[in-house]
Design a protein around this ligand. Structure first.
Ligand code: IPD
Ligand code: CA
Length: 283
């Protein structure tokens, strides 16, 4: 790949700003995410180390989370000097660049801890605050999902389409839980009411992979309260580009209080039920 050409913005005689071209940003994202996933997988093979906790006693972070994020920040700094990066473990870098990279070095850290093959590197490129390129790579299996804004979502070379489900009562719905006990209690109350209104519930343990599953119809829909930008920046674009509606409750955009991803016919009914159950409320 000719990174210089991307960085300098030359594209024939067009006056296109290729420094923010989604395809060019995706190519960089994929390169960086693959190397990052290799590091996560090889560190896991050597054994989990450096385990400490963050927000609660069950919110773990490992040496691999930190090493992978440092690797991603360094790789992006070399390929795209001047861009900023927001990561889960080290926060944001300074600057006012148009492009911001949003990375979760290991999404699904509890799965990583237990050796369950459901943890991923999640990397998105935002231009002026809008996600335009995204990659989620399952570091354990090598499965990889990508999307560009307006360019569709893919697993490998296969273009993805969301489930065509139109009946919420027949929908398989994935979700997740936060790390705080009071929040989990509230989320469990919501689930006890929702579970009688849908086909079934799944909890896999990595929000980015949940969104990719929804993008390929492996589940019909997904929702979760409390997601941070690094949890959903990449997966949210992949789900939206596969045809899911991605949003919050009561007409709000997806955010910290709620993210719902569902096919157009069931987004409204699911969001209405979640609103009735106060799923975005509570601790
Ligand atoms: C978590 C996972 C989990 C979700 C949590 C996230 P982490 O991210 O995505 O599935 O339910 O809300 O915090 O801690 O594994 O990076
Ligand atoms: Ca993480």
């Amino acid at each position: 790949m000719d990174f210089d050409k991307i960085v300098t913005g030359e594209k024939g005689d067009q006056m296109t700003d290729t420094t923010v071209d989604p395809a060019g940003l995706l190519a960089i994202a994929v390169t960086v995410a693959r190397e990052a996933a290799d590091t996560a997988r090889s560190m896991r093979a050597e054994g989990v180390s450096g385990v400490t906790t963050k927000s609660t006693d069950t919110d773990v972070v490992t040496a691999a989370d930190r090493a992978v994020e440092r690797q991603v920040v360094a790789a992006l700094g070399a390929l795209r000097p001047g861009d900023t990066v927001l990561g889960e473990e080290y926060g944001g870098t300074d600057g006012d660049a148009r492009v911001r990279w949003v990375v979760d070095p290991i999404d699904g850290t509890v799965n990583y801890l237990y050796g369950l093959p459901q943890y991923a590197v999640s990397l998105a490129a935002e231009v002026d605050g809008v996600a335009v390129a995204a990659v989620v790579r399952n570091a354990a299996t090598g499965d990889e999902w990508t999307a560009t804004l307006g360019g569709g979502a893919f697993r490998g070379k296969k273009r993805l389409a969301a489930s065509a489900q139109t009946d919420l009562a027949q929908a398989l719905v994935a979700t997740g839980f936060g790390y705080d006990a009071k929040r989990r209690a509230h989320q469990a109350e919501v689930l006890t009411r929702l579970i009688t209104r849908v086909r079934d519930i799944r909890r896999f343990g990595a929000a980015s992979l949940d969104l990719c599953l929804a993008a390929e119809g492996g589940v019909d829909a997904y929702f979760e309260k409390g997601l941070n930008p690094w949890d959903h920046a990449a997966g949210g674009l992949i789900a939206a580009e596969a045809g899911l509606v991605v949003g919050g409750l009561d007409g709000r955009p997806a955010g910290l209080d709620m993210l719902v991803a569902a096919p157009p016919a069931i987004f409204g009914p699911l969001a209405d039920l979640l609103s009735e159950f106060d799923a975005a409320g509570g601790p």
